[in-house]
Design a protein around this ligand. Structure first.
Ligand code: HMG
Ligand code: MG
Length: 307
């Protein structure tokens, strides 16, 4: 199959990245990071999550950050700012802060569901159905996640049929897109393709997205393998920020800079400017007191420094 000519990147660094930083990043830094990412051309930026602050204190400033971002200058083309909502309580708080798009997050693994959201997969689907109903009454778009799509930190390998089953439930519920999370980055092109093929039998490929963590350095290869199957939406994280508090050892998402470099090399359009993205990467990395995890960012920034 021909590779897609255009790809959409969903930036998840401010949420998936910063939820996993031991230090709590001040709201003002998060807001500036999100504004810089929007200026770099990211069409969708996951801003925060409306989860229990006892569970994820890093996102306790959710309403403040979302409100400030939504009050910022309008962007052309319009940027969407989804936020994670695990239940109606989180959904109501997100709406109160002005959210126009939300994301719900299920898992293909029972053990991960318990650790992450404190309930079974079946119970989570009931909670999410209530969120989707409330959202559709307000004309709010809902994106769905499936975690542990190829492997779980507690259960090991996951049957692709199980992932496809959960993805199909989220689609039937009313999610416009299902993002497939390789939460611990253990997938390889072969296991990722097997999993996508199973999901694509139940959900049109145009409604599937890849959300790959780079724990084993496989994420860019997994994106290429997904492009080969016609997938055209990928989640990524500036500077490779990220991980998951309920998946020990999971590192960041694939770095947005690495994905952009891959896409540029393949002449696939995504509307993002590398220079502005690098500046955003440097901005948050300086704040965190370390180099970007992205090899592309490090290489390009050291070339800039040498000029
Ligand atoms: P629970 O303890 O079972 O909930 O947590 P509960 O309903 O029994 O409530 C307990 C307390 O939490 C109460 O407060 C509620 O008010 C409060 P208390 O009376 O004790 O003071 N509470 C809330 N507070 C704020 N916002 C809410 C909310 N809900 C209840 N929405 C819950 C269940 C889901 C809330 C909890 O387990 C939780 O917040 N988990 C955090 C999950 C999380 O954020 N995980 C990381 C994101 S998922 C991810 O990273 C994977 C992904 O990137 C894809 C991939 O890589 O695979 C998406
Ligand atoms: Mg993730």
């Amino acid at each position: 199959m021909m590779l897609p000519k255009q790809v959409k990147l969903v930036e998840v660094g401010p949420r998936d990245g910063l939820q996993n930083e031991p230090q709590i990043v001040p709201a003002a830094i998060k807001i500036e990071l999100i504004e810089r990412l929007a200026d770099a051309g990211l069409p969708a930026i996951e801003v925060t999550s409306f989860v229990a602050p006892k569970w994820v204190p890093q996102m306790a400033d959710n309403a403040e950050v979302l409100r400030a971002v939504l009050a910022g200058p309008p962007r052309r083309p319009a940027v969407s700012y989804p936020v994670l909502t695990p239940n109606l309580q989180g959904f109501d708080a997100a709406i109160e802060a002005g959210a126009q798009e939300v994301a719900i997050f299920a898992a293909a693994s029972e053990a991960f569901s318990q650790k992450n959201i404190n309930c079974s997969v079946a119970e989570s689907l009931k909670r999410f159905a209530a969120v989707v109903d409330a959202a559709s009454a307000l004309d709010i778009k809902v994106r769905g996640y499936v975690s542990c799509v190829v492997a779980c930190p507690y259960e090991g390998a996951i049957d692709p049929a199980r992932t496809a089953w959960v993805a199909q439930r989220l689609l039937e519920m009313g999610c416009y897109e299902i993002s497939l999370g390789d939460t611990i980055g253990a997938g390889t092109p072969a296991s990722i393709q097997r999993m996508i093929e199973a999901c694509a039998a139940a959900v049109p490929i145009g409604q599937l997205a890849g959300h790959y963590h780079d724990t084993y350095g496989m994420a860019v290869a997994n994106i290429y393998a997904s492009l080969e199957l016609g997938m055209a939406v990928f989640d990524s994280s500036v500077a490779g920020l990220g991980g998951c508090p309920y998946a020990a050892g999971a590192t960041g998402n694939v770095a947005t800079e690495d994905v952009l470099f891959l896409l540029q090399g393949l002449a696939i359009e995504c509307g993002i400017e590398m220079d502005k993205l690098l500046a955003a990467s440097q901005f948050i990395s300086r704040h965190l007191g370390r180099e970007p995890a992205s090899k592309v960012a490090r290489a390009l920034l050291s070339r800039q420094g040498a000029r």
